[in-house]
Design a protein around this ligand. Structure first.
Ligand SMILES: [Zn+2]
Length: 207
C-alpha cells in the first residue's frame, strides 16, 4: 500500500468524517469535502503525499499541509493506522479542503480554528480525548476550546456560536505558534497532469 492509496482510502471510508459538518462564520466544512473532494485530489495525484527523509525539527508524529504546492508533508515514521495520526490528518485535510475551496487569503486564527474544530469533532466521533502537547502532557488551550465547540456541533448545532468562535480564535492568536495577524493563502489545487503542463508550456490552446 502506498501513502496515496492509504490516504485516499482513509478519507473516503472513515465514518468519522460523516460527523464533520459545520459552519464557522461564512466557511462551511462537510463530509463530502473529505470523502470526495480531497480524497479525489489525492487519488488523482493532484494532492501529493511526501515523507521526510529525516525528522529534524519535525519529531514524532508530525504532518503538515502545504497549500502553495498542494501536498501533505509527513514525518518519517508517520503511521496513519494510529488514532493520533488520524486526528492530525483530519486537521491537515481540513486545510486541504480550504485549498480545494480556493478560499484565498484567510486570517490565520480563523483558518486554524476551523481545522482545530474539525479535528476535535473527529476525535469525539472516535471516542478519543483531544491530542496532548508533548511538552506539557496536556491538551493545548486551542484544543480545549475547539473540543467545546466540537461538542456543541456533535450535539446538533450547525453553526459554531460567536462565543466559541471567539474562544478558539483567541486561543490560536495567543498560542505563539501562529502568526496571529497573518493570512493563510488557499490558492486552489492546481492541475499538475501532463496534459495541463503541456498546455501551459505550449500557450493557451485550450481552456
Ligand atoms: Zn493548521
Amino acid at each position: 500500500m502506498s501513502d496515496t492509496t492509504d490516504f485516499a482510502g482513509f478519507l473516503r471510508t472513515h465514518p468519522g468524517f460523516g460527523r464533520i459538518n459545520f459552519k464557522y462564520l461564512t466557511y462551511q466544512v462537510y463530509p463530502q469535502g473529505y470523502a470526495k473532494d480531497v480524497a479525489g485530489c489525492v487519488a488523482a495525484g493532484r494532492i501529493r503525499i511526501n515523507r521526510r527523509f529525516s525528522d529534524l525539527g519535525f519529531a514524532g508524529t508530525g504532518a503538515a499541509y502545504i497549500m502553495d504546492s498542494d501536498q501533505y508533508s509527513l514525518s518519517k515514521g508517520f503511521d496513519l493506522t494510529k488514532p493520533a495520526a488520524q486526528i492530525l490528518i483530519v486537521h491537515e485535510s481540513t486545510h486541504a479542503l480550504q485549498d480545494f475551496q480556493n478560499l484565498g487569503k484567510i486570517p490565520v486564527p480563523d483558518a486554524e480554528a476551523i481545522a482545530y474544530v474539525a479535528e476535535a469533532i473527529f476525535a469525539l466521533a472516535i471516542g478519543r480525548p483531544p491530542l496532548v502537547d508533548p511538552a506539557t502532557g496536556a491538551p493545548h488551550p486551542i484544543r480545549v476550546a475547539a473540543a467545546n465547540a466540537a461538542a456543541a456541533v456533535m450535539a446538533g448545532a450547525y453553526e459554531v456560536g460567536q462565543a466559541m468562535v471567539a474562544a478558539v480564535r483567541t486561543a490560536v492568536a495567543h498560542s505563539g505558534h501562529y502568526d496571529a495577524k497573518g493570512f493563510h493563502d488557499f490558492d486552489g489545487i492546481e492541475d499538475r497532469s501532463l496534459g495541463a503542463t503541456l498546455r501551459f508550456v505550449g500557450g493557451r490552446m485550450h481552456d
